[in-house]
Ligand binder design. Structure first.
Ligand SMILES: Nc1nc2c(c(=O)[nH]1)N[C@H]1C(S)=C(S)[C@@H](COP(=O)(O)OP(=O)(O)OC[C@H]3O[C@@H](n4cnc5c(=O)[nH]c(N)nc54)[C@H](O)[C@@H]3O)O[C@H]1N2
Ligand SMILES: Nc1nc2c(c(=O)[nH]1)N[C@H]1C(S)=C(S)[C@@H](COP(=O)(O)OP(=O)(O)OC[C@H]3O[C@@H](n4cnc5c(=O)[nH]c(N)nc54)[C@H](O)[C@@H]3O)O[C@H]1N2
Ligand SMILES: [Mo]
Length: 738
């Protein structure tokens, strides 16, 4: 999220595309509605008439998976009418000319053909948004769960850059994050292709963390089969099953098949192709679930041994730092001690490390941090927070500390609710020190990429992360400077360039930072602090890349979903070529798309989303009596015309057939919220396996109060080309009365 939620008070126009905050982010929705009361226009683009759409000034129905075509259609009109911010593009963006070329190809008429939104409406949205200054853009899972998910998340900031809406209050790209602390878990590297803080999987990063963890690099290396595996992405949440079921993938995994699975903090039935997941689980030698509840996937298992449920403490029974959707870190206090035999997650992991024989190395940094403080025992979670804030410098967590975070938590009343600015002793700080927070004096950064304020007020340009020049020899530095410095665009600060950037280091300081960069420091924060003193942002002042030269799609391109309801467009806008070794699995794209005429056999587009009373898989909320009562049954929304055609009445049970030889038994709910070619269902149910109840698989006394078919039993095959996020926001199905 580039801005923050209350910052929408400054917006004149809020474009919500692929998000439904009225249901999924009710608190954010309050801010959006306040902005509306203050005069902002709310526009929703969604294939489903959502509750957010019901509160909007305008709602436009889009065919799912076609948002890129919509944005190019809008850009076509914006560029033709000279409504784009040329100065912003020229000074701060690399490769925008390529976007212009592509936009000129996508007339609003062609965009209309692809998206289903009338061409005049596309022109009207484009014009209104361009003229509203500033406009905010909100998205969420409606954009990410597609083969083109990453391209979606690139085209939206590109739109905002063309409109000059980045780096401004009331503008920006505002991705409403999912779970509590999902921002924190991605900062901590819940992703298999990075180290914490998004450090690349390479030797320099491993050596950096080896220092902060007080272990030898060689010891870390010895934990892997070889250096290549140490520097390769792991299996993803969505691809591990292929590492069990498809022997060909062993070649991507150090020549072995997966043999064990440990699940900690995910419900699992949330991942597409649930049937394959179940088959993979039953083939493993060992399966462990670490969860406060009976994990949803566990009850799908037919195995009768080597499956363990380890009871984890809940968030109420643990404490620590968590990151909010706007990059603010907050301290969370324990409400109660863990009940019965459950243990906090870290205690379970410590027990694992002990049995694996590396507890001493695992905890060493905690003891070292305690030692520096004159203690012989470490304090959890304070010392762990110190470790992570000191080591994660790439995104600037080093200015945070348990002390600072706790002080913010204890003084909520001292912060402005709209601007996040502190008062009294917190004057000059922003609530939760939204990263980057470069030093213990830095205030945090409430709005990304604002280069019109000094760095010590949260100013910065774009990060310089891909070298100083592009392959075609263009500078990757901004043409502008921050008001705190005369130097325009510049590289990330390092020991090697400190002097040329005007940083003043004593001989002693030079020695202390030798060979280091702002991101690879250890033991001191000299480079970042000297950069701040010189008015510079430690990570450089660069240009955003509209062209990503090292990716298959160098600019975002519309590609039809693998299972497209518009079969007539799949050759004109083909999906990606198949991708070998994608998070260790060989993944099909185009070959699957042309395997057959999918839409002939499965003529209905399948959408899924969420219910306000349930969370994720529903594991937790369907185990809460009152919430289970609010929505107690799985359902599928079908347009009345389609239902009539299929002989289905409201409340009938129907079989929904997916494209992977699976089906689900679900209650039909007739609704105009979907168009005639689409159905919508919540993702929050599981416990029913293609018509068969799994209730008897719960250990005694633990069964959920409500169960239902999982949408992911019938979701289609398809994964984002960069992240492997499952394509659960479109896909095809066929419906028959049961
Ligand atoms: N009550 C509740 N709140 C939650 C959750 C929950 O399960 N329950 N889950 C949390 C989590 S983990 C997350 S990530 C967030 C998710 O929050 P959201 O992303 O808001 O959730 P969804 O309802 O899955 O999807 C949002 C909208 O995208 C639309 N959509 C689908 N396909 C497309 C498309 O191709 N283009 C466009 N423009 N729109 C499309 C859907 O119709 C839907 O209305 O919610 C969080 N909050
Ligand atoms: N069809 C379809 N599928 C989807 C989506 C969709 O829109 N449509 N959305 C996707 C998205 S965005 C998401 S985020 C996923 C949601 O997917 P999940 O993250 O899989 O869903 P949750 O049910 O929230 O799972 C959290 C699990 O962690 C457990 N848990 C809670 N607190 C703790 C704790 O402190 N420690 C431990 N160890 N465990 C804990 C809970 O009991 C639960 O089992 O679903 C994805 N799948
Ligand atoms: Mo999510």
């Amino acid at each position: 999220m580039s801005n923050h939620i209350a910052d929408m008070m400054f917006s004149k126009y809020i474009f919500i595309i692929g998000a439904n905050p009225a249901v999924n982010h009710p608190v954010s929705m309050v801010h959006i509605l306040r902005a509306k009361e203050a005069g902002a226009k709310i526009v929703v683009v969604d294939p489903h008439f959502s509750k957010t759409a019901a509160k909007a000034d305008e709602y436009h129905r889009i065919r799912s998976g076609t948002d890129i075509a919509l944005v190019y259609g809008m850009l076509h009109h914006i560029i033709k009418n000279d409504l784009h911010d040329k100065k912003f593009l020229q000074e701060r963006i690399y490769g925008y000319e390529e976007i212009i070329k592509e936009a000129m190809k996508m007339t609003p008429e062609e965009a209309s053909n692809i998206t289903g939104i009338p061409a005049d409406t596309i022109r009207h949205i484009a014009e209104d948004m361009a003229k509203a200054k500033p406009a905010s853009l909100i998205w969420n899972q409606g954009l990410t769960q597609h083969t083109v998910g990453t391209s979606n998340t690139r085209i939206m900031p590109i739109l905002q850059m063309f409109l000059g809406n980045m780096g401004k209050n009331g503008g920006g790209v505002n991705i409403l994050r999912g779970h509590d602390n999902v921002q924190g878990s991605s900062d901590m590297a819940a992703n298999p292709d990075v180290l914490p803080g998004y450090y690349a999987l390479n030797e320099a990063s491993w050596r950096h963390f080896a220092k902060h963890w007080y272990v030898e690099y060689e010891w870390l290396l010895s934990r892997f089969k070889d250096k290549k595996m140490m520097e390769s992405s792991g299996y993803a949440h969505s691809t591990w099953k292929f590492g069990v079921l498809e022997p060909e993938n062993a070649a991507n995994n150090g020549d072995t098949m997966l043999r064990a699975l440990v699940v900690i903090g995910t419900g699992m039935t949330s991942v597409s192709l649930l049937d394959l997941q179940k088959k993979a689980m039953d083939k493993l030698e060992l399966v462990v679930f670490i969860d406060p509840y009976v994990n949803d996937l566990a009850i799908y298992s037919d195995r009768d041994n080597d499956l363990f449920l380890l009871p984890a403490a809940s968030q109420m029974e643990s404490s620590g730092s968590v990151a909010a959707t706007n990059r603010s870190y907050q301290w969370r206090s324990k409400v109660m001690e863990p009940l019965f035999e459950c243990k906090e997650d870290q205690e379970i992991l410590f027990e694992f490390a002990k049995r694996f024989g590396f507890l001493e190395e695992y905890q060493r940094s905690l003891y070292e941090i305690a030692k520096k403080d004159g203690r012989s025992e470490f304090i959890w979670p304070e010392d762990a927070t110190t470790e992570l804030t000191q080591s994660i410098r790439s995104i600037g967590l080093q200015g945070m500390s348990p002390k600072r975070l706790k002080a913010h938590q204890e003084n909520w009343h001292m912060f402005d609710k709209v601007t996040l600015e502190g008062k009294g002793p917190f004057k000059g700080e922003y609530y939760g020190l939204p990263w980057p927070c470069w030093s213990d004096k830095h205030p945090g950064t409430p709005v990304f990429y604002n280069d019109t304020i000094p760095v010590m007020r949260g100013g910065m340009g774009f990060r310089v992360n891909w070298g100083d020049t592009s392959p075609d020899g263009k500078s990757m530095f901004s043409a502008r400077s921050l008001p705190s410095s005369k130097i325009a665009g510049h590289p990330p600060v390092s020991a090697a360039n400190a002097e040329s950037l005007g940083l003043k280091l004593s001989a002693e300081e030079k020695k202390a930072v030798e060979g280091s960069t702002y991101a690879l420091g250890f033991g001191n924060n000299i480079l970042a602090e000297k950069a701040l003193e010189a008015g510079l942002c430690p990570y450089g002042n660069g240009r955003a890349r509209a062209v990503v030269w090292n990716w298959y799609d160098k600019i975002p391109l519309h590609r039809e979903p693998i299972h497209s309801v518009r079969g007539d467009l799949v050759d004109k806008y083909p999906n990606f070529p198949d991708k070998p070794n994608h998070f260790r699995a060989n993944i099909k794209y185009r070959s699957r798309q042309i395997e057959k005429d999918w839409v002939k056999e499965f003529p209905i587009n399948m959408l899924s989303g969420r219910l306000v009373s349930h969370m994720g898989t529903g594991t937790e909320t369907r185990s809460a009596k009152y919430l289970a009562e609010v929505h107690s049954e799985m359902f599928v929304e079908i347009h009345p015309d389609k239902a009539f055609e299929l002989g289905i009445k409201d409340g009938d049970m129907v079989w929904v057939y997916g494209t992977m030889d699976t089906r689900a038994l679900i209650k039909a709910k007739l609704s105009y919220r979907v168009d005639v070619n689409s159905v919508w269902m919540p993702q929050n149910f599981s416990g029913l396996d293609q018509g068969q109840s799994r209730l008897d698989k719960y250990p005694e006394g633990t069964a959920a109060y409500a169960i239902g078919e999982s949408a992911n039993m019938i979701s289609s095959y398809g994964f984002d080309y960069n992240t492997a996020c499952p394509e659960t926001k479109c896909g095809l199905c066929r419906i028959e009365k049961a």
